[in-house]
Ligand binder design. Structure first.
Ligand SMILES: Nc1nc2c(ncn2[C@@H]2O[C@H](COP(=O)(O)OP(=O)(O)OP(=O)(O)O)[C@@H](O)[C@H]2O)c(=O)[nH]1
Ligand SMILES: [Mg+2]
Length: 360
């Protein structure tokens, strides 16, 4: 199971965000380091395309995709050398597949901690970089010794040395100019900054009108290495408690669209390299998760292993064409449903119907 780790300074609102996303019950408290154990939960990934397909098919059930988040212990300056909860946070982050940095801008005197998102980003990046530098140095030592008998390690050592140089400048690997092949050769070192990243700025409700400005400042400090989303975690957490109808009314009233939690879940989903295809009918409309580049039989297998085993063909139409035409039957009559074979690479947003035969 791939997971996104919530990483941030103490009291930045990680556990609050986690609870709002996953309907979870991680400990939230105004004292620093209230989180000491990691908690993992599942967030649904709302998708407007799925809603439109469900409406078109008058589906009785709608099933969304999911993404897993893990709430981690907070960091402080010096965590990489053992301050605060020290190594505990490092071990936790190492197990994650991607990182969501949570930086605080909300102002609340009752909650200790700074509220400058750029400062927080600086501290977080420095701690991650220092931890990676220490890992690189250890690996370089070990690999150099091993290289005496195994020359094939030369490439890895070179990659580690290139990474160490970048880290020495204080630059996280996710915004280095290192080549993809070098980053790939670093995989076995499990470096923290060699993971995909995005940032959530936890803003006060009164700061939301300046969202764009906050996002641009942080994105530029991040070297545009990933998406940046400004969210009022407190407001979103309150909205998440409402029933769906009331919630969307409130969101509309506040001009927040689907809500920021949806955008956070969507960013996390796509950061993990996940894509969605859809199936739709009167019984249900459903979003299925696949990896970018997967072919039709593999995607059929996501629905059921029989569909992969007995795969014959996929009937395919992109979701927007289907919505524009208005029904599957009309699309078929117009010759807009394509028949695709085993080599077809499914696209994000494709609507599929699998033809299969398991008796063969
Ligand atoms: N005013 C305000 N308070 C918030 C917001 N988000 C979180 N808080 C409060 O900030 C405190 C810390 O929130 P947590 O979610 O526990 O923060 P955390 O990052 O998990 O903290 P640690 O686990 O200690 O690192 C709690 O008292 C929350 O109620 C917000 O958007 N606005
Ligand atoms: Mg916490």
């Amino acid at each position: 199971m791939e997971r996104i780790g919530l990483i941030g300074l103490a009291n930045s609102g990680k556990s609050s965000l986690f609870n709002a996303l996953t309907n979870g019950s991680a400990i939230v408290a105004s004292h620093p380091f209230s989180t000491t154990e990691t908690t993992t939960g599942v967030a649904i990934v709302p998708d407007e395309r799925l809603n439109l397909l469900a409406k078109l098919s008058e589906s009785r059930k709608v099933v969304s995709s999911h993404v897993e988040f893990t709430d981690l212990a907070g960091l402080v300056a010096g965590s990489s050398t053992g301050e605060g909860l020290g190594n505990r946070f490092l071990a936790g982050i190492r197990e994650m597949d991607a990182m969501c940095l949570v930086v605080r801008s909300f102002v609340d005197e009752t909650v200790p901690g700074d509220n400058d998102p750029l400062d927080a980003l600086g501290v977080l990046e420095l701690e991650l970089v220092l931890a990676d530098l220490a890992t690189c140095e250890t690996h370089i030592e070990r690999r150099k010794k091993a290289m005496r008998v195994d020359k094939s390690l030369a490439e890895e050592v070179a990659a580690l040395q290139a990474a160490a140089e970048v880290l020495m400048q204080g630059t996280p690997l996710y915004r280095s100019k290192l080549q993809a092949s070098t980053l790939e050769a670093l995989k076995s070192a499990f470096l923290l900054t060699n993971k995909p990243i995005f940032v959530v700025i936890n803003a006060g409700e009164d700061q939301l009108e300046n969202s764009r400005k906050y996002e641009e400042e942080v994105a530029s400090a991040l070297g545009n290495a990933g998406p940046v989303l400004c969210v009022s975690v407190k407001l979103e957490a309150e909205l998440a408690q409402l029933d769906p109808e009331e919630r969307s009314e409130m969101l509309d009233g506040l001009g927040l669209g689907q809500g920021a939690l949806a955008r956070v879940a969507q960013a996390a989903f796509s950061l993990l390299g996940r894509r969605m295809f859809f199936t739709t009918g009167d019984k249900e409309s459903r979003a299925w998760t696949f990896r970018a580049g997967a072919k039709a039989p593999e995607c059929a297998g996501v629905i059921h292993s029989d569909l992969q085993r007995g795969f014959i063909r996929a009937e395919v139409i992109h979701w927007d064409d289907l919505v524009e035409i208005g029904s599957w039957n009309a699309a078929k009559a117009q010759g807009k449903i394509r028949l695709e074979g085993k080599e077809y690479e499914v696209l994000d947003g494709d609507v599929l119907e699998i033809r299969f035969n398991v008796s063969k």
